[in-house]
Ligand binder design. Sequence first.
Ligand code: FAD
Length: 631
Amino acid sequence: TTRIERHHYDVVVIGAGGAGLRAAIEARLAGKRTAIISKSLFGKAHTVMAEGGAAAAMGNVNSRDNWQVHFRDTMRGGKFLNNFRMAELHAKESPQRIWELETYGALFDRTKDGKISQRNFGGHEYPRLAHVGDRTGLELIRTLQQKIVSLQQEDKKEYGDYEARIKVFDETTITELLLDGDRIAGAFGYYRESGEFVLFEAPAVVLATGGVGRSYKVTSNSWEYTGDGHALALRAGATLINMEFLQFHPTGMVWPVSVKGILVTESVRGDGGVLKNSEGKRFMFNYVPDVFRKQYAETEEEADRWYSDPDNNRRPPELLPRDEVARAINSEVKAGRGTPAGGVYLDIASRLPAEEVRRRLPSMYHQFKELADVDITAEPMEVGPTCHYVMGGVEVDPDSGAAHGHVQGLFAAGEVSGGMHGSNRLGGNSLSDLLVFGKRAGEHASTYASGLSARPKVSAPDVEAAVDRALAPLEREDGENPYTLQQDLQAVMGDLVGIIRRKGELEESLVKLADLRDRVTRVSAAGGRRYNPGWHLALDLRNMLVVSECTARAALEREESRGGHTREDFPTMAPTWRTVNLVCSLDGDKVRLEHKPLPKIRAELIQLFDRTELSKYLTDEELADFDALTG
Ligand code: FAD
């Protein structure tokens, strides 16, 4: 028989990015025995890569900012498809979560009078991103880890054991959630280094596994973002929403080819950088959509004045939400006005003194110097869209993070959850999302565990089945090569389910995905269980495929263009589609897609908008409701 290491916890948190760590801290503060599991090294999560900052309406730089304005911006950014309750909680609680980080030891950049400094970002009306140069994610992870260490030191004093109540298992991949009926009973996985299996028995699991970008070839995401949490949730009976909405960040590196996709932070534009085509023209002025016309400058002069006098001028169109900028770049390149490497130019060199560029954007300076031999203080960067963030994810209860569907004891927070960002996320709203909803998920997972009269039990046959599934690729000989399969999947998703989508191509993608799903059942990995990346990928592929299928199906179903979903054959936003969430679930191993009405926005929240703006998004029926409300 196969040896399996067993552990018992109250709360198991899968993922050690911002959402996972914040959830784990809360569970431990609630007195729960908590495990943190991470596929990568501890500290190496997407969160650590975040550059620009965390959005929170603290009003430090412009005192007009408050949660209502942040809520409004978030809903606009998501084109009103956001779960309004999540957007409300996020806008209200982000400032507290940022200040709390300082009690954990975080040190954000300061204003002249010593407050936490805040920078401008696309779609945010006021400077709102708390930041540490362009290394904000590093500070976030560092301080959350530090807080965990301090909790472990308390436990050492009390129990004589640092790991009595909170323990980190890094380089450990979870492949299955185990159920007792419809209740979570545990999580099963393997240590990446030894290939040995490990079972965590626990009544509550928090998914905090991040995104799905590795299903695309050009992506800012790193190797571990294979949609594991999304797939684990589906297989446990939970549902996913908004999977058609992927964020293509407008500015990824396009050259050299080996680094294509690596992110160029939006802070470059927030701090004054402008986009130009091969004719040297600032083209974004041609791409301001009607819904945003009132808030964006019409001339270069006005746009430039805005940086020093934001109260009397409108923002530059380079700071439109990301979906708009990505589409604009795509159009310029398609029209033959792209750079030699197929991008556009991003120019900060002619906008700020060299010294200032190095001070504000140190990581970008080094990134371009080392990877492309480009000095961004003297030359423009070449950039183009890159798959960056998934708005879709586990459908959750907004207050608690509890997953919907036929499962209890499962919670989700951070990028793996859906709803908060609607059809498009504003930059900076993820780091704050992690803190707000990570905390909430940790708290509610603990309450759930406390409320159980008996612990759900892991069944031996389920564990055996999990072992068999994990070993299958190693036992098959001469099957499909996992790397070839991944490349084929990336080609399908990039070519047929990319930035601009069409009916025929989406249908073709579903045929190809079905074929890939069939081939994945024959995937084999050479070698043994000790550190074997081919085997790991073989196991990840199953997740990537089911999640990609959800994206393709939902993209085919949604016949409109909104946020991170652009249909060439349905180029406008349709108010009737705004009232619909597309919900994915698994029926056996078939992906099922259903329409579900969006919850109605509460009266005092909808009244934060004026009628003219709402008329661009809402159906006539909804507008009539609004008129009745406002008399
Ligand atoms: P992550 O930080 O992605 O962590 C996921 C964790 O889950 C990892 O520990 C991983 O190892 C683990 N995991 C995954 N699968 C498994 C499994 N099967 N078993 C065990 N563990 C698993 N957002 C902003 O708000 N502001 C920014 O400035 C910003 N800049 C960004 C820059 C870059 C380059 C990138 C890529 C993203 C940026 N984002 C930014 C987005 C933001 O960083 C992410 O959305 C966010 O960090 C996600 O956090 P998370 O906690 O949900 O997951």
